[in-house]
Design a protein around this ligand. Structure first.
Ligand SMILES: [Zn+2]
Length: 433
């Protein structure tokens, strides 16, 4: 019975989603354990458990001694360490640094070990030798960055073309792409030029607007979108007095509300999907649980996207995070629409029991080629590694259970594991490795 676990343990895997700090950047900065480990996820649970924002900020301040910073964190670490976010850290510290539990002594041992490993070669050791990740899709959030192609290939968000609410936003975009923009037509052709300039670098698009608004993108007429664009450009009633960090005093027109800007946002999202269709590139969409605190999950129900799945039937939609907790809604969508894929990225780090329950049901409902089984979604390679261990374990447990119950033969289970953890991503994104 060890067969399936061993097979999955030794499998080379692919990774649908990372924000990993690039190695050159990591090795040129001080490898501080709290700045690294609390850059996301676990920090959100610490804040949820009661850590104040002031103490969180202080805990990341390198001018304060490490022991003192750990003392701020420790009471909340003890309260929150039951969650899977902390399990990921625990696995990474154990396997990469030989530290089983963080306390006021081991935090200093960890700092020392992190410093000594902080040189080029560290990523190859963690991502290739330890995690056996063949390639990861990289989401640079702000723009595409020059990623190390040994480990990553990028997708692009293009949110600067969508989230326009003031003349200053338009000016900043114009400046960054070096194209003057004075009309909605101009904005559209600037988008086209931008995409053309990066088309050979990217493997897809990413939409992460569930952090800013609901993800229902209506079909808006050019005139309705243009009215919003023109309002932004001609706004002259209220102004904001702004002093830049270097003391320059400016007066700028106020921005329109998010609510008012929605028709323009919706219009530009459709333009990006037209581009995805034209260039035959998949689109990754954030749905379900959002990282951080104070988010509203109902904004990111995947059912909001149904009109896009219907209209852009030739675009492959890689729907993130199993849309948790709307995983059943996503299962039904993926069962119905040939162009909708379920992506379990981040989810093994959110909850092992939820992802196993979800995968068990997904395998009853959705063809196995439509399920992408792993994406790390970490800024630090420690998280990528710990998460990959959990993903292998979860997939193995679910498949072994199905073998034990007579649903699949061992051969079939191994084949499904390889599809989920390796082949499907390569096929959807037409990647060759
Ligand atoms: Zn992400």
């Amino acid at each position: 019975m060890a067969g399936l676990y061993e097979f999955i343990e030794n499998l080379w895997i692919t990774d649908s989603h990372e924000h990993t700090v690039q190695e050159v950047e990591r090795v040129s900065s001080e490898a501080d354990p709290l700045q690294i480990l609390l850059s996301q996820y676990a920090s959100s649970d610490l804040i949820s458990s009661g850590l104040s924002l002031e103490d969180y900020v202080r805990a990341l301040n390198l001018n304060v001694p490490l022991k003192e910073r750990w003392r701020l964190i420790e009471p909340f670490w003890d309260k929150a360490k039951n969650t899977t976010y902390f399990e990921v850290i625990k696995i990474a510290l154990n396997d990469l640094y030989d530290i089983s539990e963080l306390d006021e002594n081991t935090i200093e041992v960890l700092a020392e070990k992190m410093r000594s490993l902080n040189k080029i070669g560290f990523y190859k050791w963690v991502l290739k030798d330890k995690a056996k990740i063949r390639i990861s899709i990289f989401d640079g959030i702000a723009d595409i960055v020059d990623v190390d192609r040994e480990f990553f290939v990028p997708v692009v968000r293009l949110e600067d073309f969508i989230l326009l609410r003031s003349r200053e936003d338009v000016r900043r975009l114009s400046k960054s792409i070096k194209i003057p923009i004075h009309s909605l037509k101009g904005l559209e052709s600037a988008l086209e030029s931008k995409v053309q300039s990066i088309i050979n670098k990217i493997v897809g698009f990413k939409i992460a607007l569930a952090y800013r608004r609901d993800i229902h993108f209506e079909k808006v007429t050019f005139n309705d979108a243009e009215r919003v664009f023109n309002k932004i450009m001609s706004y002259e009633r209220t102004f904001i007095r702004y002093t830049s960090p270097d003391g320059i005093r400016l007066t700028m027109s106020d921005e329109i509300s998010v609510e008012e800007s929605l028709p323009l946002q919706d219009y530009m999202v459709h333009k990006i999907l037209e581009m995805a269709s034209k260039y035959k590139l998949p689109v990754q969409v954030h749905t379900g649980l959002q990282e951080g605190n104070l988010n509203l999950v109902s904004n990111s129900n995947p059912l909001h996207l149904a009109n896009l799945f219907m209209e852009y039937y030739d675009v492959k939609f890689d729907i993130f995070h199993g849309a948790y907790p709307y995983v059943r809604e996503l299962a039904v969508l993926a069962k119905n629409f040939p162009n909708v894929y379920v992506d379990l990225c981040w989810l093994h780090a959110v909850s092992s029991s939820s992802v196993k329950y979800a995968l068990n049901e997904l395998l009853d409902m959705v063809p196995a080629n439509k399920i992408i089984g792993f994406g790390g979604d970490y800024k630090h390679v420690e998280g990528v590694y710990g998460h990959s261990r959990l993903a292998r374990k979860n997939v193995a447990e679910v498949l072994q259970d199905k073998v034990d119950r007579g649903h699949f033969s061992l051969d079939e289970a191994e084949n499904i594991a390889k599809m989920l953890l390796h082949d499907n991503l390569l096929e959807v994104f037409r990647l060759s490795v």
